[in-house]
Design a protein around this ligand. Structure first.
Ligand code: PSV
Ligand code: MN
Length: 430
């Protein structure tokens, strides 16, 4: 399949390359007039890597149903193959984020070889303690009433063992971080003690933290509600930060854009975590109501830009040195082809990042120093309203990617071919 993709990349280049050069050169001249170092922006964008979540490669579904799409991957190796195809087109997605047990390999050494042969890195690895899978023999070890926060030690011990095992697997595969999202919470007021649940969570995660290899991170991911309706044990960035601080310096917070109540100022949350040197990474997606699965940038592109602006500013001030945040997509697809949606999310992140990089920092700094809110807004919106797509495309082209990844994927007949090879079968672990 990579031959078919490479052929489409070549065709696009010979058909549309000159037109692209025109667009890029025009934009470069415009940005040059604004004092932007275009080559520096290209270099920075080239270094960005956006991880693909293994669970987003098949159709997601809702609790009301799931509609399988033909050609979904049903093994972790097929998921790696899809990520490699995406990366072949974008040259920005050379990383997969696995979810265990959904992606537990029968043969870890074989999976490691498959990753290496595909040129894909094992990104942060996720532990799933929100499903029992096979019911445990001991009912007190079930996650029915929670995992690390459960009042029953049997469930807590099982969750800790699982997470420690996920770290060991991640280490074997070359990962450097464990992401912990907890479904723990309550459905009824009074069901459990808030303080007790938090104590137990910190205590259990401390046991996991103790198993972290050197150079590893543990990411705590907050979410205000779902699946629990009344309370979540790690509902917001403040609690997430508190847990991370209790655990130690290798613990950081992961911000899933969809895990906030409506109108939360997420860019400020990001800035505060940067201030505390505790920003671990992102799960990019978008949200209209209480969902957390829409295509990144499809609803709130300005918010995405403002978040990237916080990252760019912090990087310029040296705050990201040593630990640049892990950039990951976390979405779910019910209607679209998952691979196409990932291409769209990737484009949205790169566009927002490019817009943040071209912002006229001198103008913004001067406006802020004079308390000139009008010109400060103009500086931000000047960047946000710039069409930087030729810049993002140029970065991709220089790295050998497609001028138009989505069109290339379709023209190569990738989904048609995977449907032929894999058939119409439910993806694993979803
Ligand atoms: C939960 O909603 C979440 O955002 C967490 O990151 C999970 O790991 C992921 O979705 C998949 O369920
Ligand atoms: Mn997430």
């Amino acid at each position: 399949m990579t031959d078919a993709l490479a052929e489409q990349i070549r065709r696009q280049q010979s058909r549309d390359g000159a037109m692209h050069d025109d667009d890029f050169n025009h934009l470069a001249r415009q940005l040059g007039r604004r004092g932007v170092d275009v080559e520096a922006v290209v270099a920075r964008l080239s270094g960005l890597r956006i991880a693909v979540p293994s669970w987003a490669l098949g159709a997601g579904g809702t609790r009301f149903g799931r509609f399988t799409q033909a050609g979904e991957p049903h093994s972790v190796e097929q998921k790696v193959m899809d990520v490699a195809a995406i990366d072949c087109l974008t040259r920005a997605n050379g990383e997969i984020s696995l979810h265990i047990p959904w992606d537990r390999p029968d043969d870890p050494a074989g999976l490691k070889e498959c990753l290496a042969a595909s040129g894909i890195v094992c990104g942060p690895i996720n532990s799933n303690t929100f499903q029992d899978g096979e019911a445990p023999n001991d009912a007190r070890a079930s996650y029915r009433y929670g995992s690390v926060s459960n009042v029953w030690e049997e469930a807590r011990a099982r969750a800790v063992d699982h997470m420690v095992g996920v770290i060991a697997l991640g280490e074997a595969l070359g990962s450097r971080a464990l992401t912990v999202w907890l479904a723990d919470g309550t459905n009824h007021p009074g069901q459990t003690s808030f303080r007790g649940a938090l104590d137990r969570t910190i205590d259990s995660l401390s046991r996991v933290y103790a198993a972290l290899p050197e150079g590893w991170s543990l990411y705590t991911e907050h979410k205000p509600f779902e699946p629990a309706f009344y309370s979540s044990v790690n509902p917001d960035w403040g609690t997430s930060l508190l847990i991370a601080r209790e655990l130690g310096p290798q613990a950081r917070c992961l911000v899933d854009l969809g895990h906030h109540l409506p109108n939360t100022n997420i860019e400020q949350v990001v800035a505060t975590l940067l201030h505390e040197r505790r920003l671990g990474g992102f799960h990019f997606n978008d949200s209209k109501y209480g969902d957390d699965d829409l295509t990144t940038g499809s609803i709130h592109p300005f918010q995405l830009f403002l978040i990237c602006h916080e990252l760019v500013e912090a990087e310029r001030e040296g705050l990201l040195a040593g630990h640049p945040p892990d950039l990951m997509i976390d979405a779910s697809h019910n209607v679209k082809d998952p691979m196409e949606d990932i291409l769209q999310s990737t484009e949205a992140i790169l566009v927002a990042y490019a817009q943040a990089l071209i912002l006229e920092t001198g103008v913004l700094a001067e406006a802020r120093a004079r308390n000139d809110a009008t010109l400060a807004q103009n500086a931000l919106q000047g960047a946000f309203r710039s069409d930087v797509r030729p810049l993002v495309c140029e970065v991709r082209r220089r790295k050998g990617g497609a001028l138009d990844p989505l069109a290339a994927l379709r023209a190569a007949g990738y989904r048609h071919e995977t449907a032929r090879q894999r058939g119409f079968r439910r993806a694993t672990g979803l």
